[in-house]
Design a protein around this ligand. Structure first.
Ligand SMILES: [Zn+2]
Length: 60
């Protein structure tokens, strides 16, 4: 089998950017069951996102 534009196989694990900080998150075993729903690289980013959403359109 061939994979175009794919060098090496160490990076065979899936990855995607954190929605908050943009850091590339590489698949972890602990995420195996919920990789689809993982959007943040860390709990800190998750909270950051949550607080940012809550602050959006804030009045006083
Ligand atoms: Zn992050």
């Amino acid at each position: 089998m061939t994979r175009q534009g794919f060098k090496g196989n160490k990076a065979s694990l899936p990855s995607k950017p954190c929605l908050v900080c943009g850091l590339t998150m590489t698949w972890r075993k602990s995420w195996a069951k919920n990789w689809e729903s993982v959007r943040y690289c860390s709990e800190a980013c998750r909270k950051r996102r949550a607080s940012a959403a809550a602050a959006t359109g804030g009045g006083s």
